[in-house]
Design a protein around this ligand. Structure first.
Ligand SMILES: Cc1cc2nc3c(=O)[nH]c(=O)nc-3n(C[C@H](O)[C@H](O)[C@H](O)COP(=O)(O)OP(=O)(O)OC[C@H]3O[C@@H](n4cnc5c(N)ncnc54)[C@H](O)[C@@H]3O)c2cc1C
Ligand code: FES
Ligand code: FES
Length: 1610
């Protein structure tokens, strides 16, 4: 090994070894501690038997000694080994005497310890739902480290000697809530809640390490977590209250780092008065900066973020809706800048700034979620206090001990808050702020708003009796994180290191797991078992095992081999042990960058840049440097930069000792292969320092910027001849361009000796294209894009180097222009800013009447603690079995035979069922049309079709057995996969046509005609909770209970009954909550639940089934892809005269809901526009894909995207403003829609005007144009689009029922027909019932949705569930109230309970049913005419984006949304729906891409391959306004449906991107009218920009381009 460098000072280090402090798993330093006696291991017992695991006292019994010499294999003979696993969970000791090494920590927690808070969302480290915190004590350093990991990838065997904290250990409803849980719930950051425990744990771990983190820290720590419901904003809001306003620098961390230098011009950032313009971590002159986007003349936020123009406009100074006028209108503006440190000691500065600015924005505290008052006990129910402060984050359910003395009090309003309160005064008719109440208000305790809790029930007591102004029992406010309240670290682990020093050997049925503690032992093991797997983080191997069924019989964990976890500073650089985690590497390198001279650490900075984009925090905490190198993936992010840095590797083996290998192209020998020998272990990696003349950079392009695998990455290093700009050495290394990490030999050679000028750039570009060819059919596709990226990166590098040279040899090289600087810099991401504006309830409204108030989701708190029960969390039933589906691997084939022999031979397998077991009609199924089979019979029509079901004693055995069922196929001709295939084969169901006016005439009068095609890709629902169902036969009369993740209990009931051949009255379907559905669990969940029910009925035993994420995606189908072929006629003013089109949807192999969906798409084609002449035919194409199904929007998003695209193409053609073209065509009241229905009301125009106004559209349009004129490599686009969404099912489904029981203790049990899947339906129903009955909401409880309480439920879908169920609930409650009325009149002073008791005594029924139907929908489904909808929900959005023309990356700078949703029942939930739907739409139009093989296999399965938006994808500014005073007479309490319409507003993002691309194309002299398909991925954006690089690539890429119908189909 290299010599330790003693003369280089290292901060915090006393020698060659670097002190890695506490935050991340630190580098191990060899430890010597208390002696302890090895024990004998217990062998041969069942690893899964519960008696082998103990929790608590029994576990403290001695570990049984290992009979080491009796162990097999012999390598243990001379080493004392241990076979008991000892660790702590939430402070309690666990001893597992016979651990199965195949078990993950997650399954151990969930299955064996029954800690079901941590969720299984994907099993591949990609969603974060399983996040837990691991803690270790480092005896040599005497520090504890805490770090979050993915429990789904962590072998339970790996936590020996550690403390595990799960969400249950953080806080609970039974004890107390942790501040993280409290903030998340109160900020409305939990909808379906399935992601919530993981998000809590990620944030909790951050707080354990850093008590006052920055917003940057929060974002960094959450990149490994996904949420499909919320749109992330409320989560960041809630956690934003726990942050400091300081920022952590990114990039290399130097203030002059060119990677973080803002590409924005001085104009963008304001006057020169600003101290800094860096996008990351730079200084700000506070005199001009404002938080909350309030005063942003200079475009700088208080944390130093710059958003250029977008930031300037995030909240306009004169914005009528967000400033004084907002209050005039009696509006609430909930306003959040995530970097604001509310409740932190620095608050005052921030707040004062706001008011110094003279900005009178509403800071009344009348917010969606009020951070100054974050405590779940703050209810909306307000007494007679003068200020209605922060009451909008009340909850319907509050835990008993919340804030119970554990939190710091905040008794009195701060003076600034009074000022804020007074700023509202006198303006609002409904303003509850006392007009001149400032001074008195200061004395009003915030706690006055708190409604007393019912300690007995753990619920908020909201009845009259409990309300009091100065209720001393009121819980006090939490002001922030209190580390003293945490569980103590287990003293045993602190006192002795014996567990860390134990050599472990765990023997499972199939796998042996070793944890050696010495290098010698490791090498012996590797020598004896050359094909054993070394696992460190298990982030590669774990994914292979979990998702690809790989089995590695011998695993060796070297994490206790100190030589491999050490970091040494040597003369030439750093030597990093191979097992060092990436988080530690990150910290170590950052320390070097911070403390060493700049020139020495340029490689380290380049590695840091890569690590910034490398996976999420959880993965980086576990994954090792060696693991990344040894995997040798061609898309490794570290290998290119390590190679470019000139790193070398030290291998070691028992036989040959140490061996050095330079890390160059010869190291990688093939796809995931390298030249290491099978007996060798990678010991360490040497990364040399750079020299004065070195310059190095790394680049990565992926689908999603964060936590995503690479499409192409690169690391480029140049060494200049000193004092010149002549190249001495050049290293250009690429990933994603071949089967291995590759270099560009010719370019590297031929550019040496050249001067760093444009001729070098040109030559280099040409040579690179020669060096890095890709065949048209190269694996991974995207050939043109990948090749373009290589040369685009080279341009970026060229410019960066030029910028650097201009500083060093300024006389030879001129500095970069702003434009060039923008090309070489990454996007600076400004801190997110958001506002939510909504109308407050009238002052006259009773305090406990929650209708219209933004109360917290009724399950939010139990979701944050992990106590909310999902199907998979339901305790096992006696004798329960587990099922796994056997699915087709062919898209179109005859089944010749099914052979289950091998599966049945597997121990633990009970049975296999297939079509043979379900004869005749019973096997015929289908939600609308009976065109499907429960089990495929005779032939299969798609990959993923259910052929059978295996039932076994546990999930793993069932899954293993499923792979052993042998199906013999005979292919039946080529499958039809794409829409184009279907068109060729004319494969579709009966088409539908919508016809209005006379199209031919319309074309005749048109001045212009355009025609074209547009493709809109499909979308995976990606609900966070995969399908799970439990079928429990009741033992008599063929009765069966089904606990199901379905949106459609009655549909499930009917299909189960049919398959079992029993009447529906024997089947009861229960749904407590569903972890997200979005339409995906409306019909397709039956493909999973029905087979499980069949198995359960046949075996007369409970059968549980849960799908793995990848399987769920394969089997269940998603949003329909659409192809549009169109021709349009229009006038010179841009008025439509005729539209003729064909719509083709890819419906998949069965009809499912595709007919209804096509009709809805056709009826919604007009969107907000008046078409005089239109003829459009829709074809639902029958293909060999899994049946596509309902997905939020139900065909409308595709229809609207299409029509909006046509309008923008017309505008581009006419060179008119697209806004004007839209306005020209927009509907007016009285117009006839395309289905010949006269519009009686049209709120689109109002939303449209308001959003243009809010967004300052005109002014910003001019600024965008300016920006585009002065930027070549970055372009911005601004677009506005409306939504006019018809609400209503097809006629028959527009009905709902409800059942309300009052019990004699006064409690009310409510049941209705809708299911809770995160949208807050139950919360709204409680609000409705509470008002209708005149009782406090805490009296009303909803337990579940169940087919034996309310029959014949319509699916919870089509956005209409609140309308239908709300009216049914109202109806039931009114009936109950009517019966109680005499008692109320008789005893007006009595309580609700008194009246109920009195009625009971009089033998009055206290149970009432309710029913509601919408009668007026009168649509003719044959002619497609009439009134298809009950009413319309309208809205409009303005979005501004910026694109990087060289990579195709985009960033949403700002979105403004205005929506008319009537009188919102609950603005918090409704805004949650708007933001969540919008972000789901953003995924649809920018990111989410489903790819199939030509054989019809879905390739993009799981979060690794299929990317949904993450935390960093939200708009930098997001402003949502609800239209005021807009009651809707057609729905409950004048509200409107909201679930689906806002998704359509993501069209504004697509159109803004298209506008930005158009600007780039204009520079490149390309036509303004062009085709851009959806999603507008980085690839599509880059190629559509069409510059000389893309032209070069086209020429250089010889041979046919990938066929649309060939290879990968997206
Ligand atoms: C959600 C997710 C996101 C990811 N994102 C990225 C990303 O952005 N960029 C990227 O490049 N990768 C990414 N990866 C891949 C993976 O995390 C990395 O490759 C990681 O560095 C592997 O380290 P590990 O310790 O977990 O490896 P393990 O899974 O423990 O081992 C991986 C391989 O290396 C071998 N090995 C490990 N150590 C040694 C040694 N000392 N000697 C010999 N062989 C050894 C093992 O035998 C095994 O074959 C991601 C993975 C996941 C699950
Ligand atoms: S379940 Fe572990 S990351 Fe998704
Ligand atoms: S609340 Fe996050 S996935 Fe549902």
């Amino acid at each position: 090994m290299r010599k330790a460098l003693s003369n280089v000072p290292i901060k915090g280090s006393s020698g060659g070894c670097i002190d890695n402090s506490t935050e991340d798993p630190p580098v191990d330093i060899t430890e010597h501690s208390v002696e302890e006696f090895p024990r004998k291991s217990a062998k041969g017992s069942d690893a899964n038997s519960p008696e082998n695991s103990t929790l608590g006292s029994a576990a403290s019994s001695p570990v049984i000694p290992t009979d080491s010499c009796g162990a097999d294999p012999p390598e243990s003979c001379d080493i004392e080994t241990y076979s008991s696993l000892v660790f702590f969970v939430n402070g309690r000791r666990v001893v597992e005497k016979a651990v199965d090494p195949e078990l993950t920590l997650l399954l151990y927690l969930r299955e064996k310890l029954r800690l079901t808070g941590s969720k299984l969302g994907c099993g591949e480290g990609g969603c974060g739902a399983c996040t837990v915190m691991l803690s270790r004590y480092h005896h040599s350093q005497r520090v504890i480290s805490h770090y979050c990991v993915n429990a789904c990838l962590t072998p339970v065997a790996a936590v020996h000697g550690m403390a595990v904290t799960t969400v249950e250990g953080v806080g609970s409803l039974k004890t107390r809530l942790h501040v993280v849980q409290e903030r998340l719930a109160n900020a409305h950051g939990s909808q379906c809640g399935f992601c919530t425990p993981g998000i809590v744990m990620a944030m909790y771990t951050l707080l354990r390490n850093k008590h006052l983190p920055s917003q940057e820290d929060v974002l960094e720590n959450l990149t490994g977590n996904l949420c499909r419901c919320t749109g992330y904003r409320p989560i960041l809001d809630g956690f934003g209250t726990l942050t400091a306003k300081t920022q952590v620098p990114a990039g290399c961390g130097r203030t002059n780092c060119c990677r973080t230098a803002s590409p924005l011009t001085e104009d963008d950032v304001g006057t020169k008065k600003n101290k800094s313009v860096s996008g990351r971590g730079t200084e700000v002159d506070e005199s001009v900066a404002r938080v909350n986007g309030r005063e942003s003349d200079q475009g700088i936020q208080a944390n130093g973020r710059v958003d250029g123009d977008a930031a300037n406009e995030c909240v306009a100074k004169d914005d009528p809706w967000r400033t004084d006028n907002a209050n005039k209108e009696g509006f609430h503006v909930s306003d959040h800048t995530n970097n604001s440190s509310l409740n932190t000691p620095d608050d005052d500065d921030v707040e004062n700034n706001i008011f110094k600015s003279g900005d009178h924005a509403s800071h009344s505290g009348l917010k969606l979620a009020d951070h100054d008052n974050f405590n779940p006990t703050h209810q909306n129910q307000k007494n007679n206090a003068n200020i209605e402060v922060h009451i909008l984050n009340g909850s319907l359910r509050t835990p008993e001990h919340v804030g119970n003395g554990d939190t710091v009090h905040h008794d009195v309003l701060k003076p600034e808050e009074c000022v804020r309160g007074s700023s509202l005064n006198g303006h609002g008719e409904h303003n509850s702020v006392k007009t001149n109440g400032c001074v008195e208000d200061c004395s009003v305790r915030v706690n006055d708003d708190v409604t007393r809790r019912s300690r007995a029930k753990g619920h908020v007591q909201c009845d009259e009796a409990s309300q009091g102004i100065n209720d001393d029992d009121s819980p006090r406010l939490s002001t922030g994180y209190d580390p003293t309240q945490e569980i103590i670290f287990p003293p045993e682990l602190k006192m002795s290191s014996h567990l860390d020093r134990q050599t472990l050997m765990y023997q499972g049925p199939r796998v042996t797991y070793w944890r050696p503690t010495t290098l010698a032992h490791l090498l012996t093991l590797k020598h004896r078992h050359p094909y054993s797997k070394i696992i460190v983080g298990n982030t590669e191997v774990g994914v292979e095992v979990n998702t690809r069924n790989k089995l590695y019989p011998i695993l060796i964990n070297p994490s206790k081999v100190s030589e491999m976890t050490r970091v040494s500073l040597v003369e030439s650089g750093l030597v990093i042990g191979a097992s060092v985690t990436l988080s530690t590497l990150q910290k170590t390198l950052q320390h070097q960058v911070d403390t060493q001279p700049d020139y020495m650490t340029r490689s380290f900075s380049a590695i840091l840049e890569m690590l910034k984009w490398f996976a999420g925090k959880q993965i980086r905490n576990a994954a090792s440097l060696g693991g990344n190198i040894m995997t040798s993936s061609p898309i490794s992010d570290l290998n290119p930069v390590l190679v470019a840095a000139g790193s070398s590797l030290t291998f070691i083996s028992l036989q040959d000792g140490e061996r050095e290998m330079v890390m160059d192209q010869t190291f990688f020998t093939g796809y995931r292969q390298n030249s290491a020998r099978s007996t060798e272990v990678l010991l360490a990696v040497h990364i040399p320092f750079t020299q004065q003349e070195d310059y190095i950079h790394s680049y990565k392009q992926s689908r999603r910027p964060d936590d995503d695998i690479t499409i192409v990455n690169a690391a480029m290093r140049v060494r200049m001849v000193a004092g010149t700009c002549r190249v001495a050495q050049l290293s250009l290394i690429f990933g994603g361009m071949a089967a291995t990490t590759v270099h560009a030999p010719k370019t590297m050679k031929e550019l040496v000796g050249r001067s760093w000028d444009t001729s070098l750039l040109q030559k280099g570009t040409d040579l690179l294209l020669e060096d890095l060819p890709l065949s048209p059919n190269a694996p991974g596709g995207m050939v043109e894009y990948r090749r373009t990226l290589t040369i685009s990166f080279f341009l970026k590098f060229y410019l960066s180097v030029r910028g650097w040279l201009s500083e060093n040899v300024g006389h030879l090289v001129r500095p970069l222009s702003q434009d060039e600087l923008s090309a070489s810099s990454p996007f600076p991401r400004p801190t997110a800013i958001s506002t939510q504006s909504f109308q407050q309830v009238p002052e006259s409204q009773g305090q406990h009447d929650l209708v219209g108030r933004p109360v917290v989701h009724t399950s939010a708190f139990s979701q944050t603690t992990g106590e909310a029960v999902y199907v998979e969390d339901i305790p096992h039933v006696e004798n329960e079995l587990h099922a796994a589906l056997v699915v087709s691997s062919r898209a179109h084939a005859k089944i010749l035979a099914i052979d289950e022999t091998r599966a049945l031979q597997l121990e633990g397998v009970e049975a296999f069922f297939c079509a043979r077991d379900l004869p005749g009609e019973k096997n015929i199924t289908g939600p609308v049309t009976a065109d499907e089979q429960v089990f495929a019979q005779d032939k299969v029509v798609c990959v993923g079709q259910v052929v059978g079901v295996v039932v076994a004693r546990d999930h793993a055995t069932a899954r293993q057995a499923a792979t052993l069922v042998n199906i013999h196929y005979q292919d039946l001709g080529p499958p039809i996969i794409t829409i184009q295939d279907a068109i060729r084969a004319q494969s579709w169901w009966e088409p539908w046509t919508v016809n209005r006016g006379n199209v031919e005439e319309g074309f005749k009068i048109a001045a212009h005609l355009l025609e074209g095609e547009m493709y809109i890709g499909g979308q995976e629902h990606f609900y966070m909770e995969p399908n799970a169902h439990i079928a429990v036969p009741k033992g008599e009369n063929n009765e069966i209970d089904v606990f199901s993740t379905t949106q459609n209990p009655t549909g499930t009931q009917q299909l189960v009954a049919k398959a079992l051949g029993v009447p529906s009255n024997r089947v009861v379907v229960h749904v407590k909550r569903v972890g997200g559905g979005f339409g995906g669990k409306e019909t397709r969940s039956c493909c999973v639940s029905v087979p499980a029910a069949v198995a359960a009925a046949r075996l007369n035993r409970a059968v549980r089934i849960r799908l793995e994420r990848q399987e769920d995606m394969l089997v269940t189908g998603g949003r329909h892809p659409f192809l549009f072929r169109w021709k349009v006629g229009f006038t010179p003013e841009g008025r439509l005269t005729a539209l003729q089109a064909r719509l083709y949807s890819n419906a998949g192999c069965s009809l499912d809901l595709s007919d209804s969906l096509m009709i809805k798409a056709l009826c919604s084609l007009d969107s907000a526009y008046n078409h005089q002449n239109l003829c459009v035919t829709g074809y639902s194409c029958k293909t060999n894909l899994p049946s596509n199904t309902a997905f939020r929007g139900f065909g409308v998003p595709q229809a609207v995207m299409f029509i909006e695209d046509i309008l923008s193409q017309m505008a581009a053609f006419l060179r008119l403003d697209p806004v004007k073209v839209r306005e020209t065509n927009m509907y007016r009241v009285g117009d006839m829609t395309i289905v010949s229905y006269k519009l009686e009301q049209n709120l689109v125009a109002q939303c449209w005007r308001q959003v243009l106004d809010n967004a300052e559209f005109e002014a910003r349009k001019a600024r965008v144009q300016d920006f585009n004129r002065s930027n070549t490599y970055r372009k911005r686009g601004l677009a506005a689009t409306p939504v006019h969404f018809g609400i209503g099912f097809e006629r028959v489904l527009n009905q709902a029922g409800a059942l309300v029981h009052a019990y004699t203790d006064g409690s009310v049990l409510l049941t209705h027909a809708g299911i809770e899947m995160g949208q807050g339906l139950h919360t709204k129903m409680i609000q409705v019932a509470s008002r209708a009955l005149g009782v406090s909401s805490d009296v009303v409880h909803i337990s579940e949705t169940c087919t034996n309480k309310v029959p014949n439920t319509s699916p919870t879908a089509a956005s209409i569930s609140t309308d239908l169920n709300g009216m049914a609930v109202l109806n039931a409650c009114q009936e109950l109230s009517r019966r109680l009325q005499p008692y109320k009149e008789r005893s007006p002073e009595g309580s609700w309970r008194d009246w109920v008791e009195a009625a009971y005594s009089d033998q009055v029924s206290l149970s009432a049913t309710g029913f509601y139907r919408i009668a007026e929908i009168s649509f003719n489904p044959v002619t497609l005419t009439g009134q298809p909808f009950s009413y319309y929900t309208s809205g409009a959005a303005v979005t501004e984006v910026e694109i990087d023309c060289l990579t195709g990356r985009h960033m949403i700078l700002r979105t403004d949304i205005v929506m008319d949703i009537g009188n919102s029942l609950n603005p918090a939930l409704d805004i949650g729906q708007i933001e969540g739907a919008f972000m789901q739409g953003v995924g649809l139009v920018t990111l989410e891409e489903l790819c199939y093989s030509p054989e019809g296999v879905l390739l993009t399965r799981g979060p690794g391959a299929y990317k949904i938006p993450g935390f960093q994808d939200i708009p930098c500014g997001l402003h949502v306004t609800l239209v005021r005073d807009s009651p809707n007479p057609k729905a409950v309490f004048s509200s409107k449906a909201v679930g689906e319409p806002p998704l359509v507003l993501a069209t504004s993002v697509f159109q803004a991107i298209k506008a930005a691309v158009t600007a780039a194309r204009e520079d490149n002299h390309l036509p303004r009218v062009f085709r851009l398909d959806s999603p507008a991925t980085a690839e599509r954006i880059r190629l559509a920009c069409g510059d000389h690089f893309t032209r070069k690539v086209k020429v250089a890429t010889r041979g046919p381009q990938p066929d649309k119908a060939g290879n990968t189909v997206c």
